[in-house]
Each structure stands twice: as structure tokens, then as C-alpha cells.
Design a protein around this ligand. Structure first.
Ligand code: NOJ
Length: 755
């Protein structure tokens, strides 16, 4: 029960208690006053581009529409002054004075950009992720934003898809835990509090399964896979009370998500009990015309009837719904219901109490890009890095050496933030070169570019849509490599910062070849040929195929795109001030032919031999093993951990019982460090084919060198459940195998029986 107080806008001042199931009296009273046109207006979400405040790039139409009560929310407008101008238009100049929602894509930090979500997920640290979301909410609300188009929770098992960067990887269990942490971080306990904002889980649904990893492509998936593998993170966000849901671009069972009644009403509202509002993705209603579902009036009516409440940018609702009511295609009641949900969100955000509540001009300086926020971004980045290989313990590097810092990403401010950081500022990013100088002031650090990120100008043009990311040097590639080799020869150790430019992943950034571009491969080989110890610091927004680089005698530290504190965080880890503890949240294939590849695949009736050797008439390839280069959950440390003494507290459990799994972990190396203890479960026999194993628990623990700890993870009754052939959520009696260890290949195992 929440106490809400007076509503100044309607001149009624009453205190009352609100039950989530009940209608909100203020909203109902307002609905009574609204014309059909005004209700339709609330369903319209616009982005005015340059900002309503300045008047420069302002679309006059946006202003006029706000005044006419034809806009429910805006995005792309930020800063208390600008937002106030727009809010005043709505509150003071529209007939009913209904405040606007102000949305934004705060995907990985507002101004204090932290690692891309795929990187953040690799920390496996839910508390840190929640802190990250809280920081993002604090900064965004300080700038007048009260609605965030995040978290993106699409399960992704195809690294060709560029938007894998925006999510938490391949696993529904981990993805669900992260979805919950992010929603809780953004929304807190009170949506009307000054530092919280409405979250929007996206992209509902299955966007991560776009065919061939090509963005916006079709999705075709059976319900069992959907319910067990792809839907859980969206459901977790709904269970955590997410205020809004964004429909996806793709079709689900032949009907685009934005017009899919089964998805938006039967599943989301009726089965899951979602009570918030659903917004389309950018023009996704209009795009149903290209999908082949009819003209704008038809697709807009289809969407509204399916359960879509708000139309992002396309204005199909605004321009056609009234006619659809007249034509009997849509009822006014359906429009009222959609409008009610949007008004309720505004009410819950406290905007009816005070439409200017997020517009305190003193807050930006106090809350944005503070020393504490930057410190958190640095910590988040360091915790997201994954040590993939450490040949000869090249890492960590001593601070008093001659270091050759080489590579097209070693001094590239434009590529540190990562994809989808439109509210961030590349100028504020710390380059790797700067970070090295900050953290190791006594080292002798030489820099050489060594190579272009890619040599192909057409490819560079495709990537450089938001500014220079791939800058092709005037010098010939051979000259760049020679200079780097000379520097390497005159140094004690080589750190090569290589990989993808920021916009080589992200929206509309699918790749058919996910290896390191050839220009950089040549550089890497030349550096290794010098005989100097070489560590690769690898940046990317997705798993890459690096079998050749893996074979070289190098260290490889995967750092994703680390955000505004990139250089400092990389230096912290390279010089050993922080011992890497990240673990992959998506499988790294050997080559694109293995895609889709994920650890929780099924066994098939003809499983490949355990040895990995090819066998005819088995489920394997002629030319490569089935195993990936790096499995899900993989990541090394500067120290080593040993697992022993796996114990279960019971051998048999009943349907309502939990079971505790205990393992001893020992730090057997020479550094203090953190380890992510992972628990996988195999349901041995059941009514539908089970995955080989599934993550069902994890715990990140810190162990001093030589320290030993018992770690206990408890499996709850729900952890044994799955959606059966009738889509009922059940646990079936029988044998279960538990695996515990350092990644999804964990071998220590025990069995128990569910009665
Ligand atoms: C399109 C993207 O798919 C979505 O993630 C984003 O929130 C909207 N554009 C708004 O910018």
C-alpha cells in the first residue's frame, strides 16, 4: 500500500490509499474529462531531435502537437532547462495540462558511461550491476529524464548480431538475475523518488534470435524453446515490477511483436500479470507495412488491439486511430485502456504531484560525472574484463619496465565508450595510453598505432556513422607495422590494444566475419615475431573468432568497450592492481560455422564422442570440433583456484524442498583474487528433451592467496522446473546431476533424486 497525496493539476486535493489492483481515482477522473483525440494523443511518443528548448532544430510540429494534447512523451530531450520548456508546453498550454514522460536510451550509464552491457554481465556481480543502474538513474533523473529504455534482456546466441553488445549474453538464468538487478536499480522502491526512473524492458520478444544474426530479421521459434530459453529474462523483469515493456522489431510466430496479441496480451498481461504500459520500438508499427500486414491504418489498429499502448515516432496511432474507431476497427474502450496505462505510469512517477519534479537545475552539477561515479565506472570496467589466456604469466606487467603500447585502439578516445552511449561524451574518455601513464608513472611507455582498425575505406564508412571510429592513416600499413616492431624491439614488454571499433557492434552492425580485421592480425603476428612478451588487450562488443591469435604465445585480456574510465581500468588490471575476475556470458566459437553455439544445447540422439574426435554418423563436423574456443562461464585469474569436496545435503528431495550444494574452493596461486563459483544442473530424464546442463546458481567469492572457503549454493524448488509440452511450469520426478566448477565445462558432479 502506498500513500499518494494531492493532485495539484486537477484542483482536487485528497489523500487516499492505493492498491495496485485498484484504479487510481485521479487517473479515472482525468479520463472522464478527455476527448477521444486527447486519449489518442497520450499514446504518441515523439523525438524532436535538437530539443524543444532551443527552438533551433525544433520541429514546430512537436511544439504544436504538445500544445494540442497530441503527445504523451518525448525522448531525445535532456537537461532541466530544455525539459522544463517542453513540460511547460504540455502543462500550461494544453487543455488538460497532462505532463509528458521524458525517455532516453541510458543503456550503460548516462554521462558516466560504464562498460557495454555484455561486458558488465561478465562481472557476474549483481550487486555491482544494481549500483551501476542506480548511478545511471541518479544521473539521468538529474537531467530531467524519468523513463529509461533499458534493460535490454534479449537472449543472444549468435555473435554475428551486433546488438549482442547490449544484452547479458546467452543464458536465461543469468539473464533473469541481471534483468531483476537492473530493474531494481533503475526503479528503486518508489518510482516517484527524485533518483529513480521508470525502466523499460526490451525488446519483447526474441529479438536476439534474428535469423543469421542479421538485424531486424525474422524469428521463427517453437514455444518450448521460447518459454524455456528466451522468455525468462523478460518475465523476470515483469516479476520485478518493470514499469514498461518495449515491443521488438521482429515477428514472433509470423506476427510482428508490435501487433502480436498473443505476445502482448495473452502472455504478457493475462499469463504474467503485467500492469504497466507497452511502447513500440522506433516506427515498428509502421514497419509492419513492409512486413506485409497492410496499410498504416490496418497495422495501427492491429497493434492497439494486440495490446500496444504507445507508438514510438511513427504516429500511426495519432493519424489513424480515430478513423479506426469510426470504422469499427478499434473500440474507444481499447484506446481508453491504453491511455489509462500511460497516465498511471505518469501518476506513479509523481508527475501529477509535480510535473517539474525532476527539473532541479542544481542537480546536474551535483549528481553527474562526480568523482564517486567515475570511480564506480572504473571499478565496473575492471570487474568486467575476462582473462582469456596468460601464456607464461605475461600479465600482470611490472610498473617499472619499458613498455611498448601498440595498436589502433591504444590511443583512441573515440572508441572507448562502446555502442549506444548517446548521452555519454567521447571527449571525457580516458585512453589506454593515458591510463597507463596515470597508473604507472614510472614506466617508460612508448606508443605506436601499428595498424588501422581496418584498412577498407568502404567498411570504415559503414562503421563511422556516428563520427570517426575507424581512422585510416595516411601512412602505408607496412610503415605502421614497421614503426610498431621497432618500438617493440626496444621495449621489455608489448601491450597491443586491438579489436573492434565501437560501432563495429551495436544496432544495425551485424557482421558475417567476426574475426579481428586482417590489418590487425598482421600487426599481432609481427609483434609476436619480435620474440618480446606480448599481451593482447582485446576490445569488442561481441564474442570474436580468434583461433589463430589463441595459438600464439600471448596473453589475451578481453575488455569489451569499457566506458569513460577505459584506460584507467585497463591499466589497473594490466599492472595487477586488480586481479581479473570476469567470466564470459556468451560462448566464443572457433569459427562462424559453429554458430549458433551455446553451452546449454541438447545432447541429440547421436552425441559426438566425449573425446571431441570426429566420428561418422555422429552429430559433429568434418572440419572442426563441436567444442567452442571458450565455453560460457570461462575466465582465468592471475591466481588459480581448485575445487574439491562437492557435497549435497540430501540424496532425495520432495517437490517443495530445497537442496544445498557445498564445495570447497582453494586459492592455490600467488595472488588474492575473486572466483565465480558456478552450479549447473542436468535433468537426466524428462518428458521433453533436456539441455545437457543449465546454470542454476553462482556465487562470486574473494579468496586471499592460500585461502580455502566452503561455498554453499541452495537450489530452490523452482530451479528444478521447466516448461513442459503443455507449457506448464513443472519439476518432474527423477534423477538430477549437479556440476560445480569454474565454467560451464565443470566436471565435479553429484546426483540426487526428486521424488
Ligand atoms: C531503436 C532501438 O531498437 C531501441 O532499443 C531504442 O530504445 C529505440 N530505438 C529508441 O532510441
Amino acid at each position: 500500500m502506498t500513500i499518494k497525496k494531492c493532485c495539484i493539476l486537477f484542483g482536487v486535493c485528497l489523500a487516499f490509499t492505493l492498491n495496485a489492483q485498484n484504479r487510481i481515482p485521479e487517473v479515472e477522473a482525468l479520463l472522464q474529462k478527455m476527448t477521444l483525440e486527447e486519449k489518442i494523443g497520450q499514446l504518441n511518443l515523439l523525438t524532436p531531435g535538437g530539443g524543444v528548448a532551443t527552438g533551433e532544430v525544433v520541429s514546430k510540429n512537436v511544439e504544436a502537437k504538445i500544445k494540442a494534447g497530441q503527445v504523451g512523451g518525448l525522448f531525445g530531450v535532456a537537461g532541466p532547462e530544455k525539459v522544463r520548456v517542453a513540460q511547460e508546453l504540455a502543462v500550461k498550454e494544453s487543455r488538460l495540462g497532462i505532463p509528458l514522460l521524458f525517455g532516453s536510451d541510458v543503456i550503460h550509464g548516462y554521462k558516466t558511461t560504464y562498460p557495454i552491457p555484455l561486458g558488465l554481465s561478465a562481472s557476474w556481480d549483481l550487486d555491482l550491476m544494481k549500483q551501476a543502474a542506480q548511478m545511471a538513474a541518479r544521473e539521468a533523473t538529474a537531467d530531467g529524464i524519468n523513463w529509461n529504455f533499458s534493460p535490454m534482456v534479449d537472449i543472444a546466441r549468435d555473435p554475428r548480431w551486433g546488438r549482442m553488445a547490449e544484452g547479458a549474453g546467452e543464458d536465461p538464468y543469468l539473464g533473469s538475475r541481471i534483468a531483476t538487478a537492473m530493474v531494481e536499480g533503475y526503479q528503486g522502491n518508489d518510482l516517484a523518488a527524485a533518483h529513480t526512473m521508470l525502466a523499460c524492458v526490451k525488446h519483447f520478444a526474441l529479438y536476439g534470435a534474428s535469423e543469421a544474426g542479421r538485424d531486424y530479421h525474422s524469428v521463427d521459434m517453437g514455444k518450448i524453446k521460447m518459454f524455456n530459453q528466451y522468455l525468462p529474462p523478460y518475465k523476470a523483469a515483469v516479476d520485478a515490477g518493470v514499469a514498461s515493456v518495449m515491443s521488438s522489431f521482429n515477428d514472433v510466430d509470423g506476427i510482428p511483436a508490435s501487433g502480436n496479441k498473443w505476445l502482448l496480451t495473452d502472455l504478457l498481461r493475462d499469463r504474467w500479470g503485467f500492469e504497466g504500459f507497452v511502447v513500440s520500438d522506433y516506427t515498428s508499427v509502421n514497419e509492419m507495412i513492409a512486413h506485409g500486414l497492410g496499410d498504416l491504418q490496418a497495422v495501427s489498429a492491429l497493434s492497439l488491439n494486440a495490446g500496444l499502448d504507445m507508438d514510438m515516432v511513427g504516429e500511426g496511432f495519432l493519424t489513424t486511430l480515430k478513423k479506426s474507431v469510426e470504422d469499427g476497427k478499434v473500440t474507444e474502450e481499447a484506446i481508453t485502456n491504453a491511455c489509462r496505462r500511460i497516465l498511471e505510469a505518469k501518476y506513479n512517477s509523481g508527475l501529477f504531484d509535480d510535473p517539474y519534479r525532476y527539473l532541479d537545475s542544481k542537480r546536474p552539477i551535483k549528481d553527474i560525472l562526480t568523482v564517486e561515479n567515475r570511480a564506480l565506472a572504473r571499478k565496473l570496467a575492471a570487474h568486467s574484463f575476462v582473462l582469456l589466456k596468460n601464456h607464461g604469466q605475461i600479465l600482470p606487467v611490472k610498473k617499472n619496465q619499458k613498455i611498448a603500447l601498440i595498436g589502433p585502439l591504444a590511443d583512441s578516445r573515440n572508441n572507448m565508450l562502446g555502442t549506444w552511449a548517446p548521452t555519454g561524451d567521447t571527449h571525457l574518455a580516458v585512453t589506454v595510453l593515458e591510463g597507463f601513464r596515470n597508473v604507472a608513472p614510472n614506466a617508460t611507455i612508448g606508443f605506436a598505432k601499428g595498424a588501422n582498425i581496418a584498412d577498407d575505406p568502404i567498411f570504415a564508412e559503414h562503421v563511422n556513422v556516428f563520427g570517426p571510429r575507424i581512422e585510416i592513416d595516411e601512412r602505408a600499413p607496412e610503415v605502421l607495422v614497421d614503426e610498431a616492431v621497432q618500438l617493440a624491439l626496444n621495449s621489455d614488454v608489448v601491450i597491443a590494444v586491438v579489436g573492434e571499433a565501437t560501432e563495429m557492434s551495436g544496432e544495425a552492425a551485424s557482421r558475417t566475419d567476426i574475426s579481428i580485421p586482417e590489418s590487425q592480425k598482421i600487426l599481432i603476428r609481427a609483434l609476436v615475431a619480435t620474440g618480446k612478451p606480448v599481451a593482447l588487450v582485446l576490445m569488442s562488443g561481441r564474442p570474436l573468432t580468434i583461433p589463430d591469435e589463441y595459438e600464439l604465445p600471448v596473453a589475451i585480456l578481453q575488455v569489451w568497450h569499457p566506458g569513460v574510465e577505459a584506460g584507467n581500468a585497463i591499466a589497473d588490471v594490466v599492472f595487477g592492481d586488480y586481479n581479473p575476475s570476469g567470466k564470459l556470458t556468451a560462448t566464443w566459437p572457433r569459427n562462424v560455422g559453429q554458430i549458433p553455439i551455446y553451452y546449454s544445447a541438447k545432447n541429440t540422439g547421436r552425441p559426438a564422442p566425449e573425446s571431441g574426435e570426429f566420428q561418422k554418423f555422429r552429430s559433429n563436423y568434418l572440419d572442426a570440433p563441436n567444442s567452442p574456443l571458450f565455453p560460457f562461464g570461462y575466465g582465468l585469474s592471475y591466481t588459480t583456484f581448485e575445487y574439491s569436496d562437492l557435497k549435497l545435503d540430501k540424496e532425495t528431495i520432495g517437490q517443495d524442498e530445497s537442496i544445498s550444494v557445498t564445495v570447497t574452493v582453494t586459492n592455490t596461486g600467488n595472488f588474492d583474487g575473486e572466483e565465480v563459483v558456478q552450479l549447473y544442473l542436468r535433468d537426466v530424464v524428462r518428458s521433453i528433451t533436456p539441455p545437457k546442463r543449465e546454470l542454476k546458481g553462482f556465487e562470486k567469492v574473494f579468496l586471499k592467496k592460500g585461502e580455502r572457503k566452503e561455498v554453499t549454493i541452495t537450489l530452490s524448488p523452482n530451479d528444478l522446473k521447466f516448461y513442459n509440452g503443455q507449457l506448464e511450469y513443472v519439476a518432474e520426478p527423477g534423477d538430477f546431476e549437479v556440476f560445480v566448477g569454474t565454467n560451464s565445462d565443470a566436471q565435479l558432479s553429484k546426483s540426487f533424486v526428486l521424488k
